[in-house]
Design a protein around this ligand. Structure first.
Ligand code: SF4
Ligand code: SF4
Length: 449
């Protein structure tokens, strides 16, 4: 196939003529398993929005092959098509030939970050993201001025001028999804060990996440209450940091490995039956630790053992069964729509479990949206790095969710919740987005919405 390269003025593309290096390039056997049938195209969000073959799974696999064969260079013209991939893994679900695109794009992203010299502005934005988001303690310091920025109404004034979007669309995108910063953002209230209520069935570890810990601490508190109410003793090691999802998805190899090792060490002496996570993107990466640390002789086995214990909170509860009594959330039937996070649906094949749990709440009527399997555009930090495509997808997702007539949206990923909330606000809708663990917690405690 002829690969066309877009023209560009970026000097990086002129100077850089190298392809992939020898350190784990995309596996040619996996590339060859693609039979170019094109079934994946209609379910690929980047292809839907951009409409070019090279921004589809099949097109990107062609590019990987050509790079492996040394037929084209890793330059701006090629990298832009890898950058436009949301990593949503819808193509993995759709592909009838079982092409492991997840492994291919992961290998490619690590190659890109090692071998492609990004422009200064791109580098700066990425460095800001990778030094802040995986470090909750540093992010908290950064959030102090932003707390006053919101409190004093500067945020509304800046948004009204649209100035930030003119200066930097990426900074404007970051600002637009910034949730409300409260005093809770600066506290870690959960103790290290929380006893099970009633008879103890399991001893489980809980991972707090980074964005989840800062902006969605009520979700973590609800998760712990739901687990203890259902017979779990909960262990939360204080030394735990970031799960590595963000750097792993963006090809930051060494940072991802270091964070994975730190997480494994945090749980080393806890003697837990399972490690529970309530954020879809984190759960997918935690289950991949065996792959991330496959080249590390000291951690290879530990990583596999750790990954084998990881369970999404909903996956775990649906499997072991709820023992706590549930009560209605409202006095009349509640129309609820569950939004599938890609890293649960496509990454972990978890779709029935959240629905089964939510339907156990008395009075809940579950609605199904159009294009439920299509990404909302959040995709980790994608909505900050590729705001135009992300906005188009966010707008489509919210329209489809609203069209169900639901009065409440349930979402099990902090990134999706932020993206959906942003687009609900843009469409002038005041509908709450809650985590299924919060809904279960309310139902167990008899709290009405
Ligand atoms: S990735 Fe799968 S669905 Fe897509 S073109 Fe290749 S074989 Fe077909
Ligand atoms: S991961 Fe998502 S965006 Fe990327 S090629 Fe697959 S379907 Fe398209």
């Amino acid at each position: 196939m002829q690969i066309s390269e877009d023209s560009t003025n970026n000097t990086a593309s002129i100077k850089n003529l190298q392809g992939f290096d020898a350190n784990h390039p995309p596996d040619p056997k996996l590339i060859d398993s693609c039979v170019h049938c094109g079934f994946c195209l209609s379910t690929c969000p980047s292809y839907r929005v951009i409409g070019k073959e090279m921004d589809s799974p099949r097109g990107r696999i062609y590019l990987m092959d050509a790079l492996n064969e040394g037929e084209i260079a890793l330059n701006t013209a090629t990298v832009q098509h890898f950058d436009s991939c949301l990593g949503c893994l819808a193509c993995v679900t759709t592909c009838p030939s079982g092409v492991q695109y997840d492994k291919l794009i992961s290998a490619t992203r690590h190659q890109v970050e090692r071998n492609y010299p990004r422009s200064l502005s791109d580098k700066l934005v990425r460095q800001l993201i990778f030094s802040l988001f995986p470090n909750p303690d540093i992010l908290r310091i950064f959030l102090i001025p932003l707390f006053f920025y919101q409190k004093l109404g500067i945020s509304q004034a800046i948004r009204a001028t649209g100035l930030l979007k003119i200066i930097s669309p990426r900074l404007a995108a970051m600002e637009s999804i910034l949730p409300k910063i409260t005093l809770k953002t600066f506290q870690d209230n959960l103790p290290t060990i929380i006893s099970a209520q009633g008879e103890k069935r399991y001893r489980v570890g809980v991972i707090l996440g980074c964005v989840q810990r800062l902006f969605f601490s009520p979700v973590n508190e609800a998760t712990v209450r739901v687990l203890t109410a259902n017979g779990c003793e909960v262990v939360i090691p204080k030394s735990q940091g970031c799960c590595a999802a963000l750097p792993e998805h963006q090809g930051q190899t060494e940072q991802a490995k270091a964070l994975a090792r730190q997480m494994i060490d945090s749980f080393a002496d806890t003697n837990v039956d399972y490690v529970i996570i309530n954020a879809a993107g984190c759960g997918h990466t935690l289950k991949e630790y065996g792959h991330i640390l496959a080249d590390d002789p000291e951690y290879r086995e530990k990583a596999k053992n750790f990954a084998a214990k990881v369970r999404d909170a909903q996956e775990f509860l649906a499997t072991v069964g709820l023992t706590a009594k549930l009560s209605p959330l409202t006095d009349k039937p509640l129309n609820l729509v569950y939004q599938d996070a890609c890293h649960l649906l496509h990454g972990q094949k978890i779709s029935l479990q959240p629905r089964q749990l939510l339907q156990q709440i008395p009075g809940v009527k579950l609605k199904e949206p159009l294009d439920a399997a299509l990404c909302c555009g959040s995709a980790g930090v994608y909505n900050m790095l590729q705001p135009d495509v992300a906005d188009e997808l966010g707008q489509q997702k919210v329209t489809n969710l609203l069209n169900t007539g639901a009065e409440l949206i349930a979402s099990a990923n902090p990134g999706c919740a932020l993206q959906i909330t942003k687009h609900l606000q843009l469409q002038g809708k005041e509908i709450s987005v809650m985590h299924p663990m919060e809904l279960l917690d309310y139902s167990i405690r008899g709290v009405k919405l």
